[in-house]
Write a protein that binds this ligand. Structure first.
Ligand code: UDP
Length: 236
């Protein structure tokens, strides 16, 4: 099977079916645009399990995603899409680059979720862009942007409810969308603690990739905790 694409945390392979790709979650952890890099045992299987569980719930709630099914500890089958080069970030609580950019303290609940767009370009460090920049870059049509915003907020509502039951705060997260050959828009990439910030609802303890980014503790312990709270297991 041919390796189609290799990212920082995943590899994408062809299968013998043109309509199905195999996505493999690696143990690599990276932060700060690749400046920090480590291989963390068990990370791939934790993200595969968590992402599969989230995609399952999202599909059940009517969100169209690229996810087909989990096939092993580290692999899932997905539908091929052409990724739109935008990171769609939704925020419920101030943290990370939002807090830094606006000089806000971390941990303030926003009265309404904030949606942001970042242009996916490693060489530029994924800059924040607005609708006009996106139109000028020719990345997405106005209707597609509107649709992605609507779907991102729908995903937020579903994940907020799931997190509430798991005693977790969903601080913020990043989504990526892709287009199928016929133009159908699907939620793609992954939904995991690599791409979402989760805090314990009471102690505000961080349980996501910030553990690794800022050397706050064991990434695997945080991810295992999230997986068990949302009712998932590593081995099916
Ligand atoms: N995020 C991501 N990939 C990126 C940048 C951000 O998955 O390349 C996620 C990040 O994990 C967080 C959210 O998007 O859940 C918002 O990240 P932020 O803009 O605060 O950036 P950071 O502080 O991580 O630099």
């Amino acid at each position: 099977m041919t390796l189609l694409y290799e990212g920082k945390a995943k590899q994408l392979f062809t299968t013998d079916d043109d309509n199905v790709l195999r996505l493999m979650y690696k143990n690599d952890a990276t932060a700060f645009n690749g400046e920090k890099h480590d291989v963390l045992d068990g990370k791939g299987q934790l993200n595969n399990a968590i992402s599969a569980l989230f995609f399952d719930v999202l599909e059940t709630e009517g969100v169209r995603t690229h996810f087909i099914k989990k096939i092993s500890d580290t692999e899932q089958l997905v539908r091929p899409t052409e990724i739109i080069p935008l990171e769609v970030v939704v925020r419920n609580i101030t943290a990370g680059s939002l807090a830094r950019r606006l000089g806000w303290e971390e941990g303030k609940t926003l009265s309404e979720p904030i949606v942001e767009w970042y242009y996916k370009d490693d060489a530029l460090g994924d800059p924040l862009v607005n609708d006009d920049h996106i139109a000028a870059l020719g990345i997405a049509k106005e209707e597609e942007l509107e649709e992605m915003r609507k779907r991102a907020l729908h995903v937020n509502n579903i994940l907020l409810e799931l997190c509430r039951k798991a005693n977790l705060l969903l601080v913020d997260f990043k989504l990526e969308f892709g287009l199928q050959e016929d133009g159908t828009l699907l939620l793609a990439d992954e939904v995991s603690p690599d791409t979402c910030r989760f805090w314990d609802a009471q102690t505000k303890e961080k349980m996501d990739k910030d553990l690794y980014r800022y050397g706050l503790g064991s990434l695997q312990a945080g991810y295992e905790n999230i997986l068990s709270r949302i009712g998932g297991v590593v081995h099916d």
